[in-house]
Design a protein around this ligand. Structure first.
Ligand code: MSP
Length: 640
């Protein structure tokens, strides 16, 4: 860890929609890294925020029938609330519609324009509406005609351009000389590959006649700033560039910029050339992480498989969610989110190991040592071994923070907790304690495991702050964050410390189940408090998207006599779903029928067949009838 300071940023998120797991992931990662640095006493600054201008936000606002400003004001709250629930400890939150940001963007533009770094010219070329970038043929998949690609349109207009091409040679040299600048290595190679072809100048304006939702160019009132030229500046406007010099010098250059792999070019080509033109030093590292997939599928709104972080928190708690995300993604690679994998990891690492070890130790300390941590006296090789393993796992965790391989550090900590569980099995303190002569030995065993938990809980604190404070309180360690310097040294727990009443840190989670043997769909568990009376509130119902659909084809599934595989028309798309109706309907009577389906159910495999949705049917005395709209209505209509 750099001892002087740590300034970490996340991308700023578009306010066109609510936060999803991808946003949550980067923000939790930044939070975890910030917390490790703070724990180590490194002055830390953590910035996140929202990207509020541009076409995406404008389109979302138009669709919702409100002004872009209203759209931004409403959506930003959802991000801020989500970050609060996820225990994110950002020091600042920037919105690109704030004055402090707009002033800086305009100041930079004017300065670059005055110095000839920005010029006016005609543009005739391709434009990608989805990424809001001008694209040249070299950006397109080989052999593809741009006209055939969705979102690509031809544009002819006068615009302002930043002389990005002038910095191409410098940038290649800089990347080669500073291997830590773009991480992981595969992404550095990707950027260098991109830079092998000639770099054009960057169009940094949009005529107001086409897109008015942006920051006005200070030197031409008919144009607004291109959203990326505006957004990237947040990393310096938020820390006082061209305003609060002292604050700016305190934190710039930024230590670490976390991004997703899809926004690599903007951050490793546009951004460094912009900074170079401003005569500012380069970021320490731009780190691009991979994507979260649902199973093996890309998350997308149309598939209805986007994981909503708020649902996960509700079901499993904030800390378990943070732990899963941090331990499951090997940084740089893609990772898969499924409820099944979540429950497996949760039960293995947290409920069966960590929770269980704590439980066993606390029970014996309560029962046989009056609730006071006993003293370790004569240590055998088994205790020395466990001590060494705990200290090594703690140090491994810190190394993994440096190396951006949190998954490995967390694996090491999980392994040492598993080892503590095995050690308890081998030592059998619950049997030993029955002989008074063994009391000293039992005391040593219990102290050893309790001390191991102190170290592990401190190291896991940045990932699971709430639960680890609970664990530490249970061990009588108080409510303050752990003290870093005591974390990787054995012996921090004082004998005689009063532990708390028993707590259940991580109750076991149930595997998804279904009462129908054939339909092993991933099911959601209702939150415990609401399950009590079986009632749900309207907001819960509102999360279920019901739609009208038309059955296109139906066929039997080999070896499953209750199931049919259906292709359905959902208006904007076709889907496949598996339904347990084979004993009530034959495949040839179904095509053409209108039905009602749950459209936002997570895709699941039923008997090896992908099912994206569920149809609605009513059952009576063993019979089953499909529910259908009463009247002529096209497929894809929402059911309210
Ligand atoms: N507003 C721009 C960033 C400007 S930064 C100066 C933007 N916003 S975004 O909201 O579309 O995406 C923000 C981040 O979320 C990106 O880093 C993107 O990679 C990430 N993710 C979006 N979906 C994701 C997953 N399914 N998995 C992981 N991260 C993904 O781009």
């Amino acid at each position: 860890m750099n001892k002087d300071y740590f300034y970490v940023t996340t991308p700023i998120y578009y306010v066109n929609d609510k936060p999803h797991i991808g946003h949550a992931y980067t923000t939790i990662l930044a939070d975890v890294l910030a917390r490790y640095h703070r724990l180590a006493g490194v002055p830390t600054h953590f910035l996140t925020g929202t990207d509020e201008h541009g076409q995406k936000v404008k389109q979302a606002a138009d669709k919702a029938g409100m002004s872009p400003r209203e759209q931004a004001d409403r959506t930003v709250v959802r991000f801020q609330e989500a970050w609060q629930r996820l225990e994110i400890t950002n020091d600042d939150f920037i919105r690109t519609t704030e004055d402090r940001h707009i002033k800086v963007v305009q100041g930079i533009l004017q300065d670059l324009y005055d110095r000839g770094e920005i010029y006016k010219a005609d543009y005739d070329g391709w434009y990608d509406v989805s990424s809001e970038t001008f694209v040249t043929e070299k950006d397109l998949p080989e052999g593809q005609n741009p006209e055939d690609l969705p979102n690509i349109t031809r544009i002819r207009e006068t615009n302002y351009f930043f002389r990005m091409s002038a910095y191409q040679d410098w940038l290649i040299q800089y990347i080669n000389d500073n291997p830590e600048f773009i991480q992981p290595e595969m992404r550095r190679n990707e950027t260098l590959g991109f830079l092998r072809k000639p770099l054009g100048d960057l169009c940094i304006s949009r005529p107001k006649s086409r897109m008015s939702w942006g920051i006005e160019l200070p030197f031409d009132k008919d144009f607004v700033t291109y959203v990326w030229f505006d957004a990237l500046v947040n990393y310096i406007s938020a820390i006082g560039y061209r305003g609060d010099d002292e604050h700016f010098k305190r934190w710039w250059p930024v230590s670490l910029q976390l991004i997703g792999k899809d926004i690599l070019t903007t951050h490793t080509v546009y951004w460094p050339t912009m900074l170079k033109a401003m005569n500012l030093p380069m970021p320490g590292t731009v780190f691009a992480h991979g994507w979260w997939l649902t199973g093996k599928t890309k998350m997308s709104k149309s598939l209805g498989n986007v994981v909503n972080p708020m649902d996960c928190i509700e079901r499993f708690g904030v800390d378990a969610f943070r732990y899963f995300l941090m331990s499951e993604m090997s940084l740089g690679q893609d990772a898969s989110f499924t409820e099944e994998a979540f429950i497996l990891k949760y039960n293995a690492d947290l409920a069966n190991d960590l929770g269980n070890v704590l439980n066993r130790v606390m029970k014996l300390i309560q029962k046989d040592f009056g609730g006071k941590v006993p003293e370790a006296l004569t240590l055998t090789e088994a205790e020395h071994d466990l001590q060494r393993a705990a200290v090594a796992a703690a140090e491994g965790m810190l190394q993994s923070v440096k190396a951006m391989r949190l998954d490995l550090g967390l694996q090491g900590l999980a392994a040492v907790v598993r080892r503590a569980n095995q050690y308890l099995e081998q030592q059998q303190p619950w049997s030993l304690v029955k002989e008074p002569a063994n009391r000293e030995r039992v005391a040593t065993v219990l102290y050893t495991v309790a001390e191991l938990l102190r170290i592990v809980s401190g190291m896991l604190y940045p990932v699971m702050p709430g639960k680890m404070i609970d664990l530490r309180k249970a061990l009588g360690l108080g409510v303050d964050p752990p003290q870093f310097e005591r974390l990787h040294h054995w012996g921090g727990l004082t004998a005689g410390t009063q532990i708390s009443e028993m707590i259940q840190l991580f109750p076991r989670a149930q595997k998804p189940s279904s009462d129908n043997e054939d339909l092993k769909m991933e099911q959601t568990k209702p939150a415990a408090d609401k399950a009590a009376d079986g009632l749900i509130d309207i907001s819960e119902f509102g999360r279920v998207q019901l739609r009208t659909a038309r059955i296109l084809t139906a066929e039997k599934i080999d070896g499953a006599d209750k199931l049919l595989k259906l292709q359905i028309d959902l208006g904007v798309e076709q889907r496949q779903l598996v339904a347990g109706i084979a004993q009530h309907y034959s495949p040839d009577e179904l095509p053409g029928r209108m039905i009602l389906v749950v459209a936002n159910l997570k895709p699941a495999r039923i008997r090896g067949v992908e099912s994206c949705g569920m149809l609605l049917a009513a059952s009576h005395e063993g019979g089953l009838v499909l529910l259908a709209p009463d009247g002529d209505i096209p497929p894809g209509c929402p059911v309210k």
